[in-house]
Design a protein around this ligand. Structure first.
Ligand code: AMP
Length: 591
């Protein structure tokens, strides 16, 4: 645990009266039923995320208020109001209906942060389809794997991404019937075997009935990575909207007149839960920037768009820190009043940097794909201990678990003990399944009545109830905030004719947290060389895409394996970092 001085909240840190000021009192008073009452009013007693996020406002006072302000280099800003968003998402729902897509069927989206992506996701939810966003920096293999696991019937993407990443793999995706393309140049698209989304939207009507979904109906499918096997499809439900509403209030302190900027891409869960749903629920205006990170641009957007609440990630903050103190001196941020961050450990220096450079501390918070929403957070209601993830939000019970030899777990009462972070089930956005993998899902729960969800993270809690991240209990890699499964990378490398075996680790990196590093041994007849190393890097990048591919590859004569044949990634990592090798009793002799 860091011993950095606590950042005490001052009046200057709280430029408006916060939603959440009394931690203990609010936790005592809180109930999910009362959040449910806030969200009541949907016709017929149904619950649909798109209705809650868009229609609720589109027919009322916020009809003409900007819901999304889209920014992209070389184009004028495009503002889409709540009323227009309702019309567009309704049209998209009609497009799906016209294609014969039924409730519960899977619609995948693969695009950058363009307006059509937001419309397709909200329209898909409105229609009662299950929406699965894919990161646009994925390569063809992660895309096809996920579409197949999720039995995608529809894919919405752009002409450029389609030609680059999907077209050649189309016959490997047998469930995929309809590909709807957005032309990146703004015109039409006529690629054989696909449909032009703009034309379909133009022909569709403005009115559609919102699907009569209930709280337990499946809404979103977010893929996440584990240590072994294929990616896991975390199943989420429409009822999750209660968590999005509550956390938007408590952890992001959203107020009606905010200009909010979530920098996460909707290809990952943060960009959906907090880049789309939570701000819309609260009727705030969101800035969406299509461009990649650029320090000058980001400071400019914070200033020029008058951003008030900013939700970003440690890698981005470290990149801003690296870009130096000169750039921010050129800008002013008088509107900015609350900053939060998620996805990876936030260094204490970064929390303090926020205070120095932007005039505000950064509020780290913790959650994961499976939890659907923020669980543990630094909030306006208490002082920040830099380096800590904060405290459980109202409605969330967390614990540190001790594992016993017989496999059972019990909560650790004492402070300062390391164990697995667990959450008591019962919050509305908890994932309901790993798609088609009941056994893997069941393994996540333990304790009496299986009431504890084990997160796979190691953490400890201090005497004041603050939680501190220690590390992952498994081998998954967090690079630039994106969770990467080593198995997926190893499998792609193994497809190269020269590779006999591959082991992939996360190598600590001061900016992006971890970079993906692969160790490979070669088949007979192949010799290690710089040319082969570059060829393997290129092969992996082509298949996996820039977001997942290894940045470094090293050759080894053979990889350390357990006697049962599993590659010991832990040992590869210890050797790479010059750390003690730990327990090697299961190591196969000679590795
Ligand atoms: P994902 O499911 O891709 O959102 O990744 C979730 C994982 O990211 C968690 O299980 C943690 O390992 C890590 N993570 C998320 N937020 C934090 C945080 N504030 N501090 C440390 N690790 C975090």
């Amino acid at each position: 645990m860091d011993t950095s001085p606590i950042i005490r909240k001052t009046a200057a840190d709280l430029r408006v009266a916060p939603n959440f000021a009394d931690y203990d009192g609010e936790r005592r008073r809180f109930s999910w039923e009362s959040v449910g009452r806030e969200l009541a009013g949907q016709p017929g007693g149904t619950l649909n995320i798109a209705w809650q996020a868009v229609d609720r406002h589109a027919t009322g006072a916020l009809r003409d208020k900007t819901a999304f302000r889209f920014r992209a280099r070389g184009r004028p800003p495009r503002d889409v109001g709540f009323g227009e968003l309702a019309r567009l998402s309704s049209r998209f729902a009609n497009v799906l209906a016209g294609l014969g897509i039924a409730r519960g069927e899977r619609v995948f989206v693969l695009a950058g942060r363009i307006p059509e992506l937001y419309v397709a996701m909200l329209g898909g939810l409105r229609h009662g389809a299950v929406v699965s966003p894919l990161f646009s920096a994925f390569g063809p293999e992660p895309i096809a794997t996920r579409v197949n696991l999720g039995a995608g019937r529809v894919l919405v993407t752009t002409d450029v991404l389609y030609e680059r990443k999907v077209a050649k793999w189309r016959d490997k995706m047998p469930t995929l019937e309809h590909v709807l393309l957005v032309a990146e140049d703004g015109g039409g698209s006529d690629i054989p075997g696909t449909l032009d989304l703009a034309a379909l939207m133009a022909a569709a009507g403005d009115e559609s009935a919102v699907a009569a979904t209930g709280a337990e109906d499946m809404s979103l499918l977010h893929f996440t990575s584990g240590t072994t096997g294929t990616p896991k499809g975390a199943v989420h439900v429409h009822g999750a909207v209660a968590t999005h509403w509550a956390t938007g209030r408590y952890a992001l302190d959203l107020h009606a007149d905010d200009i909010y900027w979530c920098t996460a891409d909707p290809g990952w869960v943060t960009g959906t839960s907090y880049g789309i749903i939570a701000p819309l629920l609260h009727g705030v205006t969101s800035l969406i920037d299509a461009e990649e990170f650029d320090a000058e641009r980001w400071y400019g957007l914070l200033q020029d768009e008058g951003v008030t609440v900013w939700y970003t990630a440690p890698t981005a903050i470290r990149m801003l820190m690296k870009a130096g103190a000169e750039i921010p001196r050129k800008y002013r941020f008088p509107q900015l009043r609350f900053i939060a961050s998620v996805g990876e450990p936030l260094n204490p220096e970064a929390v303090r940097w926020g205070k120095e450079v932007l005039g505000l501390p950064i509020h780290d918070n913790w959650w994961q794909t499976e939890t659907g929403g923020i669980m543990i957070a630094n909030t306006p209601a208490f002082d920040i201990k830099p380096g800590s993830m904060g405290r459980p939000l109202p409605g969330i019970d967390a614990a540190i678990m001790r594992r016993h030899e017989d496999g059972t777990v019990t909560p650790v009462e004492e402070a300062g003990v390391e164990g697995e972070l667990a959450l008591k089930r019962g919050w509305p956005s908890m994932f309901r399944a790993y798609l088609n993998n009941e056994e893997r899902y069941r393994k996540c729960f333990a304790g009496p009545d299986n009431e504890w969800y084990l997160t796979g993270d190691l953490a400890q809690r201090d005497a004041d109830g603050y939680y501190w991240f220690v590390g992952r209990a498994d081998d998954v890699i967090k690079s630039a905030g994106h969770l990467i499964g080593p198995f997926e990378v190893e499998s792609a490398l193994m497809e190269h004719p020269a590779v006999a075996e591959a082991g992939v680790i996360g190598k600590p990196d001061p900016v992006v947290g971890e970079v993906v590093k692969a160790f490979v041994s070669l088949k007979q007849g192949f010799a290690a060389s710089e040319a082969l190393r570059l060829e393997l890097l290129g092969h992996a990048r082509k298949r996996l895409g820039a977001a997942v591919a290894p940045k470094e590859i090293a050759f080894l004569p053979s990889l350390p394996r357990t006697r049962s044949g599993k590659i010991m990634r832990r040992l590869l990592k210890a050797r790479e970092l010059g750390l003690p090798e730990g327990d090697t009793s299961t190591l196969e002799s000679g590795s």
